[in-house]
Design a protein around this ligand. Structure first.
Ligand SMILES: NC(=O)c1ccc[n+]([C@@H]2O[C@H](COP(=O)([O-])OP(=O)(O)OC[C@H]3O[C@@H](n4cnc5c(N)ncnc54)[C@H](OP(=O)(O)O)[C@@H]3O)[C@@H](O)[C@H]2O)c1
Length: 266
């Protein structure tokens, strides 16, 4: 795995928390001698803390570039790549991870600003980031080379009541991912998705607008996955030799077998 990842330049969106943060740490641990990481999100202070942590652990074999990026703002994506330092411009792997949901309202009661911002982040952000890296990937021989790893969700496969907005964003990403893989079949560009069930991150707090009681109720009697569990699979997928495409991965904790098929221990 270290050989495949050696020298790679990896861009992660939403690296300030949860799965994105753990993915950055896992890449650095797996390939500590020669790796570049571009860590992006809106909260720069968190990214700087993560950069320090990675460099304390891995040393300077891992070069880290920290950049503020709100993926819901296309103008920021448009200027992002040209403003990268020269040594980070040639991206090899994009982890399209940034995403969120706020609230559990059902139509017609979903606030319109929630619909707009969740779609702008989870769908448009993913599509615009993908378009941008493909410009880089497609300049390489054999029609192009590089990896795009989506953070899908079990919610994109199995829509549930109270999730119509979030589930539909992840279903859109799933459909986009599958089309894209077919569109790029004549290249060396790998398009992969990792689709988790319950993972314990800030996602759940944000979804419940920091109402601790409601957030805690979701995982009551459960033993959810950790962001590290997901990070390991992302790094595994990126670390396969170039002819292997880990196209699609669904990950549940052992007590979960579907959106609402959850066994709660008393
Ligand atoms: N947790 C779960 O149970 C679960 C299950 C399936 C799939 N997922 C998916 O996994 C991905 C990561 O979620 P997580 O669980 O790790 O949640 P998290 O801990 O809340 O992390 C979400 C990350 O996305 C970033 N983000 C949100 N909006 C953004 C924007 N407009 N521009 C740039 N970055 C933005 C946040 O950073 P800033 O706020 O600093 O920008 C944060 O780093 C999401 O796509 C989520 O849908 C999560």
């Amino acid at each position: 795995m270290q050989r495949v990842l050696d020298g790679k330049n990896i861009l992660i969106t939403g690296a300030s928390s949860g799965i994105g943060r753990s993915t950055a740490i896992e890449f650095a641990r797996t390939c500590p001698n020669n790796l570049k990481l571009i860590l992006t999100a809106r909260r720069l202070d968190r990214l700087h803390e993560l950069k320090n942590r990675i460099q304390n652990e891995a040393g300077h074999g891992v070069k880290v570039c920290v950049k503020e990026l709100d993926v819901s703002k296309k103008e920021q994506i448009d200027s992002f790549f040209e403003n990268l330092d020269e040594e980070f411009k040639d991206v090899d792997v994009l982890v399209n991870n940034a995403g969120f949901m706020s609230g559990v309202e059902r139509p017609p009661d979903v606030p319109s600003d929630v619909i707009t911002s969740v779609y702008a982040t989870n769908v448009m952000g993913v599509i615009h980031m993908t378009q941008a890296v493909l410009q880089i990937f497609k300049k390489r021989p054999d029609g192009g080379k590089g990896d795009i790893i989506m953070l899908g969700s079990m919610a994109g496969r199995e829509p549930y009541a109270g999730g119509s907005i979030y589930c539909s964003t992840k279903a859109a990403v799933r459909s986009f991912t599958e089309s894209l893989r077919k569109e790029l079949i004549a290249t060396r560009i790998r398009v992969m998705t990792v689709d988790p069930g319950q993972v314990l991150t800030e996602f759940n707090d944000i979804r419940h607008r920091f109402d601790k009681e409601k957030a805690d109720a979701v995982y009551a009697g459960c033993d959810p996955l950790t962001p590290e569990d997901i990070a390991e699979v992302i790094v595994f997928a990126a670390g396969r030799r170039e002819n292997v495409v880990v196209a699609d991965t669904l990950l549940y904790p052992s007590h979960q077998a579907g959106a609402l098929d959850i066994h709660r221990r008393q």
